[in-house]
Design a protein around this ligand. Structure first.
Ligand code: AMP
Length: 543
């Protein structure tokens, strides 16, 4: 290796999260971050980060400690996204939708030293506190000046009143652990996923380049107004708060998700760029306030699950610039984003494609022996990936880590194909794939087809055990207002039969059974919980 000559005072600029702040502080220090009644400029935000870091240090928090957060999406959470790792600590973003027992598992597994707890989550902490195995310091978060319970060491407001003096964020190795969180794990215990500063920085740059170079539709730029509608505990709100901060745009944090509040913020703060799972967008568009809210030009990334064409069409009818993106907890998360050529902006199917790889992402579909499959837009296999920001393994789980990285690529567990232009299309998740008579049926295709039927509010396709065929597809549906069960069931069957007739679906894709239910089971991050649905319907008496 030829060693590069280096001046004695040359700066070996580390990829540390603190270095994301130079650009907004220089280029847009007066842009604001909005959260409830608070409005901070980036310059004030930086001072608050210094104050928070200094306050945590005054409690004895030191490099390498783990600081956990249980809060809604607000300015405090954003402050922790930066100040905690910038101190050299690890930020544990606790998934507040897990059961108390699972939350306890994650707190003990991550070895939290400090937990910031919003008052809404006190009952959870009360229920598990005695079983937290390490001594933890609790910091109280309130929006209503509520009294702090005795077991807490301080509250956020008091912490933010400590003068930071000449506090400066330290430099350290860019491969220092910055964050930890747990995948919601539909099977077994939650799995700990962790990212370093370097990985988060590279994901930020890759995401910014990927979203910022889209032609015409959907491009993220420095005049956007950003508001997440993905919980900040779900893979760092998909990394977008870091991207938005580097871009120095106005940011809006909505607190607890209530459709009326979200719609009002979109309108009054002139939000232009958001991201969420399909369920949340569906909830927003079905809210009574949606009709009177101008949504023209609002850009929304849909991820976490496939974007069904029915939902995309409804969104586009409301003027929303919608598109799908794809990734997972272990991949930073973003891997791909739908690329919609300018002249095809109104083609709904283009917006629902899983998309093209972000810069630096090396994506492949492979067979069971890890042989790469042709990019013919047809041959499906497991999606495997390399990128400079992927989780290197699961925390304290060597077996899971080895399986994740078998053969030198990260295994997504998703099934898809790549076309000659490089567009990935996920056709199923390995666990969710329906195999009937030895042939694959895409549950996502069935959901997409059924979602376009009038009267269908939400739909999940699952495979149920069948003596003859191994598995047969079943649809579980919730109905919109005024829809009747029989009409909707008939219309879904007709829709899928038409797809069979035009050759886009195999004959065996027509479901044997459709059930209308009041609510479809969801995971803690709002995705269809297929495991629960399979359990529920394989045990039901009429099966
Ligand atoms: P999680 O780790 O909870 O974010 O879940 C990641 C999984 O969600 C992926 O492995 C996919 O199965 C699924 N997923 C995420 N985005 C998409 C998408 N655009 N289309 C289809 N499935 C998706």
């Amino acid at each position: 290796m030829i060693k590069i000559p280096q001046a004695t005072m040359a700066d070996d600029y580390p990829l540390l999260i603190k270095n994301l702040l130079h650009t907004p502080l220089q280029n847009s220090p007066d842009n604001v971050i909005v959260s409830g009644e608070y409005r901070f400029t980036y310059a004030e935000f930086y001072q608050r980060l210094r104050t928070l870091a200094n306050g945590l240090q005054s409690l004895g928090v030191k490099h390498g400690d783990t600081v956990a957060v249980m809060d809604w999406d607000c300015h405090r959470y954003l402050e922790c996204f930066f100040a905690v790792p910038m101190l050299g600590c690890v930020l544990h973003t606790i998934n507040i939708r897990l059961s108390p027992e699972q939350i306890l598992y994650t707190i003990n597994h991550a070895e939290d030293d400090v937990i910031l707890v919003h008052e809404d989550f006190l009952p959870i902490i009360e229920a598990i506190r005695e079983r937290i195995t390490r001594p933890v310091q609790l910091i109280f978060l309130t929006d209503n000046a509520s009294a702090m319970p005795a077991e807490f060491v301080t509250d956020y407001t008091s912490l933010m009143q400590v003068d930071p003096g000449d506090y400066e964020f330290p430099d350290f190795d860019e491969r220092t652990r910055a964050t930890i969180f747990y995948t919601t794990g539909t099977t077994g215990d939650p799995k700990g996923v962790t990212y370093t500063h370097r990985q988060l920085m590279l994901h930020t740059l890759g995401g910014m380049a990927g979203f910022g170079t889209l032609a015409g539709t959907f491009r993220f730029h420095n005049e956007d107004v950003y508001m997440p509608i993905t919980p900040m505990f779900h893979v760092h709100a998909w990394g977008l708060p870091y991207i938005a901060t580097l871009a120095g745009v106005k940011q809006v944090y909505p607190g607890r998700y209530e459709p009326a509040r979200l719609l009002s913020l979109i309108q009054h703060e002139q939000v232009t760029f958001s991201h969420c799972v399909p369920t949340i967008l569906h909830m927003l568009l079905s809210a009574p306030e949606a009709e009177a809210t101008p949504l023209q030009g609002w850009k929304v990334i849909i991820g976490g699950s496939a974007l069904p064409e029915g939902l995309a069409q409804t969104a586009m009818d409301a003027g929303i610039d919608i598109c799908a993106a794809y990734g997972m907890s272990e991949t930073g998360p973003v891997l791909t984003v739908a690329n919609v050529p300018s002249e095809q902006g109104d083609v709904v199917s283009m917006r629902c494609k899983t998309g093209k790889a972000l810069p630096l992402v090396d994506l492949a579909v492979v067979d069971a022996e890890m042989n790469p499959l042709p990019h013919d837009g047809e041959t499906a296999g497991e999606v495997v990936v390399r990128a400079p920001w992927l989780a290197q393994g699961y925390v304290k789980n060597p077996e899971g880590s080895e399986a994740l990285w078998e053969g030198g690529f990260l295994h997504t567990g998703d099934v898809g194909h790549i076309d000659p232009e490089g567009t990935l299309q996920i056709t199923d998740r390995m666990k969710d794939v329906i195999k009937s008579g030895g042939e694959w049926i895409s549950s996502l295709d069935l959901e997409s087809l059924a979602s376009t039927v009038p009267g269908v509010a939400e739909v999940a396709a699952i495979g149920l055990p069948d003596e003859r065929w191994g598995e047969r597809p079943m649809l579980v549906v919730t109905l919109g207002d005024e829809a009747t069960e029989e009409t909707v069931k008939d219309a879904i069957i007709q829709q899928i039969e038409e797809a069979v007739a035009d050759g886009t679906q195999p004959r065996w894709a027509v479901p044997n059974r459709i059930e209308c239910v009041d609510a479809i089971d969801k995971t803690s991050v709002g995705k269809l919980n297929k495991k629960a649905l399979r359990l529920r319907f394989s045990q039901s008496s009429d099966d």
